[in-house]
Each structure stands twice: as C-alpha cells, then as structure tokens.
Design a protein around this ligand. Sequence first.
Ligand SMILES: [Zn+2]
Length: 447
Amino acid sequence: MTSFAAVLIAAAAQQYFVTAGEGARDLSIEARIPAFPDRDGELSVNEGAEPFVSDVVIISADGSVPLERRGDSWFAPQCAEHGCRIRYGFALRRAAEGRDDEDLAALYGDMIVSPPGAWLLRPLRVTQDSTAELKVSAPEGVRFAAGLPPGVLSASSLGGLPYAAFGDLRVETIRLQGVSLTVAIARAHRRQSEEELLDWIRASAAMIADYFGRFPADGALLLVAPAPGKQIHGRARGTGGASILFSLGTELEIAQARGSWELVHELVHLGFPSVPRRHHWTEEGLGTYVEPIARARAGDLSAEKVWGDLLRGLPQGLPRKGDEGLDRTHTWGRTYWGGALFWLLGDIQIRERTGNRFGLEHALRALVANGGNIADRWPLRRALEVADRATGTKVLEELYAKMASAPVDVDLDALFHRLGVEEQGRSVKFDDRAPLAPIRRAITERR
Ligand SMILES: [Zn+2]
C-alpha cells in the first residue's frame, strides 16, 4: 500500500491561485502544496524577491499560523511531511519599482513585467516528476499574460519560467498553422497603431515559421512594452515556456520598426533549445545568422544586403590573441559574430556534402520538430546530434568539436571568393561562376 500512496503523492500538483489587486500593486496568493522531500520544508521565491513576500501563513482547520522565516527562506517541515495550504502576499509594484529588473519585476509604463518565479513561494527541493498549476485572476482593467504552455508545469521549472505581465494590455493570438503566438501590447501613446504593430509581428512570425518549418514555440508570449524615443530592445526568456520582452520606442514610425532587425532576431531565439551558459554563442550566433536570411527569403532584405553585412560583420567573429575557442571566449565579437560564423560554415558544409539538397534550415527544422525550442533545456551535444541526423551528416558535431575549445582561423576572403561575393564600394556584387554560387543563392533566395 505504501507504493500506492507514494504514486498518489507524486501525482498531486502544486496549485497556485493568484489574485491581483487594483492596478496589480499587490498579489494575494493561496497555494496547495503536496508533501515534498525536504525535512526542513524550505520554501522560497527567486533570489532578490524575498523582501516583497509578506504574511506567510499555513492554513489549517484551526485557523492560520504564521510561517517561520529565516534569512531568505520560510520553513514548514509539517508541510513537507503532509502537504499543506499556505497564503501570502506579494508587493508586486513595490518590487518592480525597487528592483527594476525584468528577470524579477520591472515597470514599463503602467505594465509590470515579472516572471512567476519571483512570486511563487515554493519548495526548493522537489522530485523531478512533480508538477504545478497556476491560476491568475486580475481586476477589471488589468490583464495577465504569460508565455506558459497550456496545462501543467514542471514544479522544478517554476524558477526559470518565462516573462509574464500585468497591465492594461491588448492581448491577441496569432495562429500559424496550428501553432499560436500570444501578443500582448501594453497600451500607450505611440506613433504606431496597434493594428500596424500586429501586422508587422504577424509578418515577422511568418518568416520564422517559414525558416523553421513551423513556428517554433507553441504558446509563446511576445510582450510589447513602450520605450522612450526610438529605442528598440528585445530579450528572449525560456524555460518551461517561451517569451520575448520587446521594448519599442513610441516615437518610431512603423516603417522604421519594420526595417529593424531586433524582432526577427528575438524570434529566432525561440527556435533553439536553452543550452548551458558556456554555449551562449550558439544562441546569439544563430540569431545573428538566421535573422537576415529569414528576412531575405521573405523579400524584406536584398541578398546583397545580407552578404554585404556578413562580409563586413564576420571578421569581428575571428579569434584574437589569447582566444581559447567559442566555449571559453565570451567576448561580444566571438559570441555574436563568432557564433554566426559557426552557423554559416555549418550551412555551407551541409550543402556541399548533400549536393545542396539540405541546408541549415533542415537541420533546425528537425530540432524544432523534436521539441528543441527555448522552452526546453538541452545539452548542446544532443541538439547538434538531432540537427545533424536530419541532413545525414556530422557537419555540426564536427564543427563544434573543432571550434569549441580552440581558436580556429577561417580565411574569410577565400570563403567569400568561393561564394562569389565581391565587395564593391559600400555594397557587394555577385559572381555566379564562383564554385559555391549555387549554395550562396540557395541560402538567401527569395521563397
Ligand atoms: Zn539575441
């Protein structure tokens, strides 16, 4: 019978019922927590959010009992043993004003951006298979949006959950062949209309769906926040879901927004799994490399522009003195352009070895089709393996083995010569007799 009871306990989910007060200044939260394997019964929130948690009590038949707090944690050994119900408050607006950190809580106009890990008080030690559910209700005039998948969450992923927001939001769902992207636009006075923004976002998401064979992260959230002047700045955040926090200057004309690269770059990030920090160059390199290609294929950029930017940009990605390879040299140049060079070389080699039948997009499509998107943590080796299998090559695994831990110099002049890309003033001109000209054309050809 003990094993049967254990199964029941494992199957019970943590449940959070979150009620936002007026203007989402404060959250009032009730949680049901099943027993968990920790003798001390330690509970906490993401680091830095502890000061904004208040009045934590355990609710029992005889009323409520305050929970003991020591340092940055609360302790409920009886809860760990038997499960319990707790109630507490979270000063969301004060956290946003006090911390001004989008990974904890931050204000954008009247919108408060705060990943749920900041305000979900939870057991720090849970079993791998334990799950959690989140229900959020907000008062009139306030909407809640989060990049969470439908249904249950993994309890161990609560700390890393994607961005979420409370505010006066226009929330729309964009559907791309059965996959959905939630767009939440914070209401603000801006030069662009919401319809114009939605059209642009729809077109950008379609470019990504095209390149990756499908929109890579179902249920992803794109939060559009107002920014001063003509600023544009984006950040993507997994895991356990997918999200982009996109700050867009209210003074930008829609044509300027459409001409910018940042939105498509952030959307590319959704199409690659979250990998350990030392491989950050794979994520940023992919964003740098795929963004202009996806736009060129949609007719948004000319092939000349794409190859000209690569010609001028890639030298910044070459190893300098003292370089120890991409996994160990975390400079800006090596992260963005060194990473882009890795993916360009991969793309070319896949095409060379498969007679131009397959390219990098086929490798990435297989990755995404196997669940390899930002919502999931993967070891990099597994991602490259799955990607390589789709093209019947070992191109990416071999390139990684070469470039990860040693400086690899690449003769870019020779490479561009073979591709038939020649610098001409501020632009480039193409030589279609060059040996790799068909590969160059296949990469940026308009679809
Ligand atoms: Zn990026």
